[in-house]
Ligand binder design. Structure first.
Ligand code: OFO
Length: 170
């Protein structure tokens, strides 16, 4: 049986993940407005991935016999100073999410909740990738700083495709 403290923390993480999806949709809309459809595509795929993160927590709560409780999703920022500013914000957001996951892991360890530790391990690994991919785009943007290189990066980011996670077998 999952503890009430852990249940509440996992429900809060569903909200964090849904907010991540909302934020990246807002960034996608920002890039669409700037005619950077590759960046917009990358953000849209990112948003879809975030929804699957929320669903992972949702499924886990159900599996442990807990009650999923959804809260209001706060309004995301909608404007950024530049593409670099938006990607820096995405990178900063992923660092924030890594902190959330680490705190959840600390809680699971302190409660000796081994099932939650095992589930959260996936997210610990995922966050390494999430931070690295945003940081890689940011580094490229810093290199080109507003020149023609922006359009090459845009073309590259346009190639990202969403692949739904494999369906769980019963
Ligand atoms: Fe971007 O990893 Fe979930 O929030």
């Amino acid at each position: 049986m999952i503890s009430n403290t852990m249940l509440q923390a996992l429900n809060e993480q569903i909200n964090e993940e849904l907010f991540s999806a909302y934020l990246y949709m807002a960034m996608s809309a920002y890039f669409q407005d700037k005619n950077l459809s590759g960046f917009a595509n990358w953000m849209e795929v990112q948003a879809l991935e975030e929804f699957t993160h929320a669903k992972k927590f949702y499924d886990y709560i159900v599996e442990r016999g807990g009650r999923v409780a959804l809260d209001a999703i706060k309004k995301p920022q909608g404007e950024w100073k530049s593409p670099e500013d938006a990607i820096a914000a995405a990178y900063g957001h992923e660092q924030h999410i890594s902190g959330c996951i680490n705190r959840l892991m600390d809680l699971a360890l302190s409660e000796k909740d081994h099932a939650s530790v095992a589930m959260l391990q996936w997210f610990v690994t995922e966050q390494v990738e999430e931070e690295a991919s945003a940081d890689a785009i940011l580094s490229k943007l810093k290199m080109v700083s507003g020149g023609n290189g922006l359009f090459y990066i845009d073309r590259e980011l346009g190639k990202r495709v969403f692949s739904a996670p494999a369906a769980k077998e019963d």
